[in-house]
Design a protein. Structure first.
Lengths: 964, 413, 89
């Protein structure tokens, strides 16, 4: 650790803990608290990475989370940022985007051909001849990209937390600390968020050697640490401001979602690099980066320094260097300055050149010297460090994202917030306040104002404490005929690239950005956008405001997917009978949030399991769990009126104790839902909906009740009630064992509803026949669902009753020609097309979609038909969605198909042109492999067309018949 | 090294030809005014000039070229639609896209990757097969593939979806591609301008003047322009324009968001879409994963970003690609989608003589750029709807002749 | 994340609500013309504006009427949906 300094007053190191880590195969030592880049620098490693395009050697630039050229790869993570990631024992990293190794990178070849690669070069070649493009593209893709993904990496998820506060302060530098303390003193809850592990910001690295500030530093830090109203979130940044003072704060432990009443933006400014030839040589860095290295990590940025400056901050940095034992060869002031710092620099014997201009930096693998111009003379100096202190750009992301605006202040040569959204306050350097006492004062007034705002009290006007002199160079850019003057270090863009883009007409800030890709790299333009704007403004002879700036969208820094996704919360709903299904080896399928048995595994192949379930229903008895149906109860004076308005059929004339099919369409006449409605009493109905639309239907019905002003209450009982369907010729006998209710056809006819006791529990029984057998739908309190189910299974043992799943039910209903909404209908199907005109009562005064249906009735062009398919070749059997072809044109499609064991053939439904609807028509069906097969339109239902089985006159006889 | 690059080595930037000429003052009158300088507007201007010899055309753009949805989409091009109308239309678009680089003398990075639309339910499988069958009928290369095939092509995908909702199969569409969206707009813009079309950026239309049921011209922030033909090609801003002529459309505007990860070396060579998970993803030539989901839940004319979007998307992404949890989201953004009830566009002539609409592009406008430009140019030049766009006329709603693309468009990318 | 201040249950996250579309009045179907009907079913005036909207609060199962600007996303009024509230709107 040859560049390590003696302990610094505010360093972040724990010198007792020495950490060994590996970089590019070599082992280095650092202290706990070091970040990777600092630890490497301490060891004299100056080439931290290679640049994106030309693979030039790069070192430190900001040490503030913008150093995209010092990105590392470990075996577990790509794109690890060296300037903010702490070293850990056994850590092993290498540089990203190198071909070979960091030292011997074959990618440097690109620099040799760089001349042929002007800005946007990829738009200008590689596309002709066309067949070669994939080859070029593959090469370009390989050269692009940074770290490498290992697709075997396992999933990571970090828990999210929520935090509510009155005032959120972003940035714990001098003004942010002052704001937090002041706000807390007003009695409001404050949350202070800072990127760094230690609060203090520039107070600790820019003013480390200011003895006058000692007391103030102590007051702020101690005040914050001891104030019960302040919660500090360190090592955290605001990834995005998302409206209504809702901040996504990213921490190493995961995302914290902070909801505040007011936000103080004390994010400060990003130091901007100067643009000159070889400004990317390792050793050239922002002055603030050098100061961070010294005060945080006690690492010498260099042995011999030159400071290029356009502000007082540069002089202070020069003095800091001297204090750290670095020889400061000269201060190159781009202008002339008269401030305390200049006098102090002179007092310390530092050489100052005024009105200096940069020519170039020189050196092979790292900085060895610089050339500058002063009073018309070119001068050269040897140095291994060049500190750039030429200006600042606002860290304005939260303000932009909150809808605020910035405009350029010509006096400060800096973008300043010109319009702040309600409840957002800015202070400190982002607000153009540079004097350190003023920054604290500005923070205090912002903190006070935010606290007042959060307490709904009037906010007074603030005192203007903005600096009166520029702290930024208006154009810190020096041309050089040989180029290599980099504007964007992420994207490896030189001055000539931007000029090229402008010259080609991309002379609007957004177009320039998109064509050149400036600001589109991982640092999102934090060190390049401002210079880009300056270059464009100058080229066009416009002001900065006329040129405009680009928006800072989330994320502020790239934010881990594992943090954004957080822990999984995906509820699933289980029916009351779920444990039974599990015991019976159900194969579950998802139906909306529910899990339903698709079929029950018996050890036989899937198809045979399903067939056996079907047979059981047709020959004896089966039991299916239909609890997932939506179940709504409707009662009140206008219950019948509501039912009439919601459904296409007339419901108001239904008798108490009866049931009826319920079909629902939307305003445009499209079928959206169906179910069964029953009438408990004059003013009390109960209706089911399809599984997936239960929530929507309930919500929509509630809305309609309000809209229509009806006196009716709708209850969603979906989860409260379990439901099952006992079906099959023996169902009556089984049920008879469990109830006293008279089940005879006279007492309990087809489509009737009865309330009774089954197995000792109160239930509602409906005699319905979706599957086309004698059957009972049983609705019972969820608490008793399993017991009733098991009682039926037990009572059915003698009849070899079987539970059946969704697949068997699908086939059973198909045999009866019943549609499934969403399978046999699509997003535009109306009831006429679904061959359900019988369910539409246009004579009713009103129901949803009536005028549309009146119109659609007259213009029907397609219809659902039943067909049978006689081929015995398994490979000839069409699949659902295979097309019906007529005269070479599409004339329909199969919506349902299945093999009916009872009928001994394949049957199905198809949506076809009306011209093909006649019974006996031959349908030409194109299989997925292109072969054509034929099917024949037949009457539906396919099975028991007269419905005799559902309404057996003499159940004994008929059930025997069907067995035979 | 392609020879084409050699010529740039000796050129100074200033010597390179401008893509776009310097701004000019507005003329008093044009034959055709196109509102909207996105891909569609530029393409329409280009084909008006190139194929119909109509060059006295002004494209008025309130912001900058391609700054709306053209520059905000996730750049997917495909033609595996569900309806006959959709398939025929987008097939033309794909064919035009394939030749654009040569036609423009500009590489639009048209990269054919293959497009998987995953099905996690049997109803999704039915829809996939339906699309495949319709596609094949029109000669489009689409097929339903099983899980084994998916595994072979995307070995790093967790087809079990973390046990939540396993992938059952997919619709595979070999021609599915990505392209550099900006370059498409630039190429059309350059081509149009070379043929005499004027493009005016930062020029906002504030009023459309009509007289006796005919269009007379447009008022802008830079003055009045006379024109007897005005085309609105403004996607998410359509309701603002139709309001100016008191025209009702079924369009509602919803934000559509997207995001990208930090760049990583290439590993994903296909485009993957999952309707059930509301995720679509591809890897750009820069190495970023480009990802999107479905539109936001409520109407809004804004391009603000939400945390809900990026939280939901990343959560779902991890079901398919668990290792992406180690990547970082770099940037998110939004566009404004003009959604129609049947998920098909609204194109062609309107009841107002001289006023043409190209709208209702929802979440699939980019992939229609060339064909919409071409057919709208034909429609305007001949004052007669091009055959391909007849099914998309605004009057279809009154006539209950909707297009029915919705069935397949649970996620329409 | 947006927050909504409900007159009864205070500050709630907007994510608890489901959007139910703009509040629109269905024409009297006895007297409606074809054109008026299709306008109602399909057509919208969806330019940016302040409008009354249906929003469903899932945790309480109640419908609310928001007054919201579709350009700024500013919710200026929140009312429990009732027949009366609709008439006011």
């Amino acid at each position: 650790m040859k560049l390590r300094l003696s302990p610094q007053p505010y360093e972040w190191l724990d010198r007792k803990q020495i950490i060994e880590f590996e970089f590019e195969g070599e082992v280095y030592e650092g202290f706990k608290g070091d970040v990777i880049s600092a630890a490497l620098w301490a060891n004299g490693v100056k080439t931290l990475g290679r640049s994106f395009k030309y693979h030039r050697r790069r070192g430190l630039l900001s040490l503030a989370n913008h150093d995209i050229n010092a990105l590392f790869q470990s075996k577990d993570y790509p794109n690890i940022r060296g300037d903010v990631t702490p070293i850990e024992d056994y850590m092993s990293v290498r540089a990203v985007n190198t071909f070979g190794s960091l030292k011997h990178d074959k990618g440097t070849l690109v620099e040799w051909i760089g001349k042929f690669l002007p800005v946007g070069f990829y738009y200008k070649a590689f596309y002709s001849p066309k067949f070669l493009f994939p080859k070029w593209e593959s090469l370009i893709r390989t050269m692009a990209g940074l770290g490498t993904v290992d697709t075997d990496w396992t999933e990571e998820r970090k828990p999210k937390r929520y935090l509510h506060c009155d005032v959120a302060v972003i940035g714990a530098g001098p003004s942010g600390m002052a704001a937090a303390l002041k706000a807390a003193e007003q009695g409001v809850d404050v949350c202070l968020i800072d990127e760094n592990p230690v609060i203090g910001g520039s107070l600790d690295y820019q003013f480390a050697n200011e003895p006058d500030l000692g007391a103030e530093r102590k007051r702020l830090k101690k005040g914050i640490a001891s104030h019960p109203k302040i919660q500090v979130i360190s090592s955290a940044y605001v990834a995005g401001y998302y409206g209504d003072h809702w901040l996504a704060v990213n921490t190493p432990q995961g995302l914290i979602k902070v909801s505040a009443q007011a936000v103080v933006v004390a994010t400060g400014v990003f130091e901007q690099p100067a643009v000159f030839r070889n400004n990317d040589l390792p050793g050239v860095m922002n002055a603030s980066a050098a100061q961070r290295l010294i005060s945080r990590y006690a690492v010498k940025p260099c042995n011999t320094a030159v400071v290029l400056t356009a502000n007082a901050e540069g002089y202070r940095a020069a003095l800091d260097m001297k204090k750290a034992g670095i020889e400061v060869k000269a201060i190159l002031d781009t202008g002339e300055r008269h401030c305390r710092c200049v006098q102090e620099a002179e007092k310390n014997g530092l050489v100052i050149y005024h009105n200096a201009e940069m020519v170039e930096a020189t050196g092979k693998q790292s900085l060895q010297g610089i050339v500058f111009r002063e009073s018309g003379h070119e001068r050269a100096l040897e140095c291994d460090g060049l500190l750039m202190s030429v200006g600042w750009a606002p860290a304005g992301a939260p303000i932009y994202q909150a809808g605020g605006k910035f405009s350029y202040d010509e006096r400060l040569e800096q973008l300043l917030p010109s319009q702040l959204p309600d409840g957002v306050f800015a202070c400190g350097r982002i607000n153009g306040v540079f004097d350190i006492e003023h920054r604290i004062q500005d923070g205090e007034q912002a903190g006070l104002n935010a606290a007042l705002y959060a307490s709904d009290e009037p906010v007074p006007d603030s005192m203007d404490l903005r600096a009166t002199q520029a702290h930024s160079h208006p154009y810190p850019i020096w041309e050089h005929e040989k180029g290599k003057n980099f504007v964007d270090f992420d994207e490896d863009l030189q001055l000539k690239d931007l000029k090229g883009a402008i010259a080609q007409g991309f002379d609007n800030i957004e177009l320039m950005k998109r064509f050149s890709t400036i600001g589109m790299g991982p640092s999102q333009g934090k060190h390049s956008n401002m210079n880009g704007i300056r270059i464009l403004a100058k080229a066009r002879g416009q002001s900065i405001d006329e040129t405009g700036s680009t928006t800072a969208r989330p994320m502020f820094h790239p934010t881990p997917v594992s943090h954004l996704a957080g822990m999984r919360f995906r509820p699933e709903r289980l029916t009351a009978m779920h444990t039974f299904h599990q015991r019976y080896q159900a194969k579950f399928m998802e139906a909306g949030p529910w899990l339903r048995p698709e079929y029950y595994r018996t050890g036989l192949p899937r198809k045979m399991c399903i067939e056996s379930e079907v047979n059981s229903v047709r020959t004896s008895a089966g039991l299916i769990d239909v609890s997932t149906l939506g179940k709504l109860e409707v009662f009140g004076k206008d219950a019948a009126e509501l039912m009439d308005r919601l459904y296409t059929m007339r419901m108001s004339n239904m008798k108490v104790g009866a049931s009826r099919y319920a079909l629902m369409v939307d305003d445009s006449g499209v079928v959206i839902d169906d179910g069964v409605a029953i009438r408990y009493s004059e003013e009390h109905f109960y209706v089911t909906t399809t599984t997936t639309s239960s929530d929507n239907a309930y919500r929509m019905i509630q809305k309609k009740v309000i809209e229509w002003g009806l006196s009716v209450t709708v209850l969603n009982r979906t989860g409260q009630l379990a439901a099952m369907n006992l079906a099959g010729p023996n169902s009556r006998k089984i049920l008879a064992k469990l109830t006293d209710l008279d089940l005879s056809s006279e007492a309990f006819p087809y489509l009737a509803m009865r309330q009774a006791t089954v197995a000792g529990y109160p239930v509602t029984l409906i005699r319905v026949g979706f599957v086309g057998e004698l059957g009972y739908e049983i609705h019972v309190d969820s608490a008793y669902g399993l017991r009733v189910w098991e009682a039926i299974m037990k009572a059915g043992e003698a009849f070899t009753i079987k539970p059946f799943g969704v697949e068997a039910q699908r086939l059973l209903r198909l045999e009866k020609g019943h549609i499934i909404v969403g399978q046999d209908t699509d997003g535009l199907t109306n009831p006429y097309e679904a061959d359900m005109g019988w369910a539409v009562h246009l004579k009713k005064p009103y129901f949803i979609g009536k005028p549309s249906l009146a119109k659609l009735k007259e213009m029907q062009s397609r219809t659902l038909v039943g067909f049978e398919f006689l081929s015995v070749q398994a490979e000839d059997v069409p699949l659902e969605s295979n097309l019906v072809i007529e005269d070479g044109e599409m004339a329909g499609r199969i919506t349902s198909i299945g093999y009916s064991p009872v009928l001994g053939k394949h049957i199905g439904l198809a949506m076809v042109d009306v011209a093909l609807k006649e019974v006996g028509t031959s349908l030409q069906i194109r299989l997925s492999n292109g072969r054509m097969v034929k099917a024949k339109v037949v009457e539906t239902p396919f099975y028991d067309p007269q419905g005799l089985l559902q309404i057996p006159q003499d159940p004994e006889e008929l059930s025997q018949e069907s067995v035979a | 090294m392609p020879l084409r690059l050699l010529k740039y080595a000796w050129k100074k930037p200033e010597e390179e030809p401008r893509f776009f000429p310097d701004e000019k003052p507005l003329k008093k009158a044009y034959d055709v005014v196109i509102i909207g300088g996105g891909g569609h507007g530029m393409a329409c201007a280009y084909y008006l000039a190139k194929e119909h010899g109509i060059t006295n055309v002004a494209v008025l753009e309130q912001g900058y070229i391609g700054g709306g949805n053209t520059g905000r989409n996730t750049t997917i091009v495909r033609s595996n639609y569900l309806t006959a109308e959709g398939v025929k239309f987008y097939d033309q678009s794909v064919k035009l896209f394939e030749d654009l680089s040569d036609e423009f003398d500009l590489n639009i990075f048209y990269s054919t990757r293959g497009h998987f639309t995953l099905a996690h339910t049997d109803s999704a499988m039915r829809t996939m097969r339906w699309r495949a069958e319709v596609n094949k009928h029109y000669g489009i290369d689409s097929e339903v593939v099983d899980v084994e095939t998916i595994k072979k092509d995307i070995p790093y995908m967790d087809v079990q979806c973390n046990g939540q909702h396993p992938v059952m199969g997919a619709l595979y569409h070999a021609p599915g591609s990505v392209a550099r969206h900006d370059a498409v707009a630039w190429g059309y813009a350059r081509g149009a301008q070379m043929r005499g079309v004027e493009i005016h950026q930062k020029t906002q239309v504030t009023e459309i003047k009509t007289q006796d049921g005919k269009v007379k011209g447009v008022q802008t922030n830079r003055g009045f322009i006379e024109a007897s033909k005005v085309i609105s090609m403004v996607a998410g801003s359509t309701p603002r324009i139709t309001k100016m002529v008191d025209m009702q459309t079924p369009i509602e505007v919803f934000p559509l968001q997207a995001c990208v990860t930090e760049p990583v070396k290439p590993f994903m060579n296909t485009i993957v879409v999952s309707g059930s998970l509301h995720v679509y993803v591809s890897q750009s030539s820069r190495g970023e994963l480009v990802m999107g989901a479905s539109v936001d839940p409520a109407e809004l004319h804004s391009t603000r970003s939400t945390l809900d979007f990026v939280e939901g998307l990343t959560d779902q992404m991890m079901d398919l690609f668990p290792f992406t949890s180690r990547l970082k989201i770099m940037r998110q953004w939004a566009g404004m989608s003009d959604i129609t009830p049947d998920f098909a566009p609204i194109m062609g002539k309107t009841d107002l003589e001289g006023f043409y609409l190209d709208a209702g592009w929802g979440t699939w406008g980019f992939k229609a750029t060339p064909v919409s430009g071409k057919t709208m140019a034909y429609t305007v030049a001949n004052d007669r709807d091009h055959d391909l766009i007849k099914p998309f006329s605004l009057s279809r709603f009154e006539e209950f002749a909707l297009v029915g693309e919705k069935g397949a468009a649970s996620v329409g990318h | 994340m947006k927050f909504v201040t409900c007159p009864h249950i205070g500050k709630r996250a907007l994510s608890e609500f489901t959007y139910g579309g703009e509040l629109r009045v269905e024409p009297d179907i006895e007297t409606v013309s074809d054109k008026q009907w299709t306008d109602y079913v399909f057509h919208r005036h969806s330019e940016p504006k302040t409008q009354q909207e249906w929003w469903y609060h899932r945790p309480t199962g109640m419908w609310f009427i928001f007054t919201r600007n579709t350009l700024t996303d500013l919710i200026s009024q929140v009312k429990v949906a009732s027949r009366g509230a609709l008439h006011e709107a």
